[in-house]
Design a protein around this ligand. Structure first.
Ligand code: GDD
Ligand code: MN
Length: 368
């Protein structure tokens, strides 16, 4: 059997419940990429709407259609990273499945890369000739604001549309950034551009962002929050892991919850000290667990029975963390003669690092 012609251009498409869009997208890719040896790699995060069945059917008929099925994982960025890593082509494009991105740009993207003119080509809504179609004013303003904030925080990347989810690049350029990527949230282009740490040969192409063909947007408060964390992470040069920062912020909120429950129990219920303190610990712990489950570890969110098991392991981890905290602070204070001003924060820091490491590994099973 002769070898099939290998793809030179892989189009990576993350999908989450896009059954009404993928067939149309493949048809359009085949249409516009006539002269280019291409393939499309869908990375599906366990869609529940039949997306994979449609994809498998397409893949059986056309060898240029490939699919990665991820179970128990979530996230546009990490899906894109996995899709790119699964491709062997010298050039890779990233686009959404919902047909909001104008596929007719793809041949120009490919030729800009193939000719060596550029190593990163970005489809931009915010340059002459581009636009955002019929977005609501608030969504338009929000997106603009996010782009401005990004440009302020990351002056290195001269991108007119840093939030663009539609771009193409050389595989070597991606590989250069791959080990430094945060892989969190929606902002994969920003993640790549700020991980490169040098000026890249950039080409921007204007396009008009269309309205969604079918299905619903997955952009949510969670996604915006993750975008903010990503910016902070990049700004701080990745000194502290992103999640640890969020975990610590949530922990700080937990202290406030503890104080409020304690005061309420004492003042309004006239509870004994030990009861008020016990209730406060229980509520603060559960609060921290639930908020971390939604925000810090939103991509590995636990549901159903796993939620109960997670709560137990989180409580256990934090109890041991509290003992380590108390033991270290007491030692530093009583035995090593440090002032409380140093001993107390040292205890908290060790407790926090412990709680974070153990719960991310055992409770949410995050690999890194
Ligand atoms: N595998 C996977 N996992 N895919 C996902 C996930 C996920 O957790 N979340 C979203 N997707 C897929 C969707 O199925 C779609 O193909 C694509 O990622 C974009 O998701 P949308 O829900 O359509 O996002 P949007 O239109 O609101 O946001 C677009 O515009 C933003 C800027 O305004 C995207 O292009 C963003 O990347 C971009 O930042
Ligand atoms: Mn969309």
């Amino acid at each position: 059997m002769d070898a099939l012609q290998a793809a030179r251009f892989s189009v990576v498409v993350p999908t989450l419940n896009e059954s009404g869009n993928v067939a149309e997208l493949v048809a359009r890719l085949a249409q516009v990429l006539g002269g280019v040896p291409w393939e499309v790699i869908f990375v599906d995060d366990d869609s529940q709407d039949g997306t994979r069945e449609v994809l498998r059917e397409l893949a059986r008929r056309d060898g240029r259609v490939r699919m990665i099925h991820r179970i128990g994982r979530r996230g546009l960025s990490s899906a894109v990273v996995e899709g790119v890593l699964a491709s062997a082509a010298p050039f890779v494009a990233v686009m959404d499945a919902d047909l909001q991105h104008d596929e007719s740009l793809l041949p120009r993207m490919f030729h800009a890369l193939n000719s060596g003119e550029a190593e990163l080509v970005v489809a931009s809504r915010y340059m002459e000739g581009g636009g955002v179609g019929n977005w609501s004013d608030s969504r338009r303003r929000l997106s603009r604001l996010a782009s401005r904030a990004t440009q302020l925080l990351l002056p290195g990347a001269a991108l007119s549309d840093p939030m663009s989810g539609f771009f193409a690049l050389r595989r070597e350029t991606f590989d250069e950034a791959a080990r430094r990527l945060s892989g969190i949230g929606f902002k994969i282009l920003l993640d790549i551009a700020s991980s490169l740490r040098r000026n890249v040969a950039l080409r921007e192409l204007p396009y008009r962002f269309r309205t969604r063909h079918s299905g619903q947007s997955k952009l949510s408060g969670q996604v915006l929050w993750e975008g903010l964390l990503l910016l902070l992470d990049k700004r701080m040069g990745g000194i502290l892991p992103l999640r640890f920062l969020a975990f610590s912020l949530v922990g700080g909120l937990g202290v406030a919850v503890h104080a409020a429950v304690f005061a309420a129990a004492r003042i309004f219920l006239g509870a004994a000290f030990v009861h008020a303190q016990t209730a406060a610990v229980g509520v603060a712990l559960s609060f921290n667990f639930l908020v971390n489950n939604r925000i810090t570890f939103g991509e590995s969110r636990l549901r159903g029975w796993a939620l109960l098991r997670g709560w137990l392991s989180f409580s256990l981890a934090c109890s041991i963390g509290a003992i380590a905290n108390i033991a270290l602070a007491t030692f530093l204070h009583d035995k090593a003669g440090l002032s409380s001003l140093l001993a107390v924060p040292a205890g908290i820091a060790v407790g926090a690092v412990w709680n974070y490491s153990i719960s991310s590994f055992y409770t949410w099973k995050v690999a890194r």
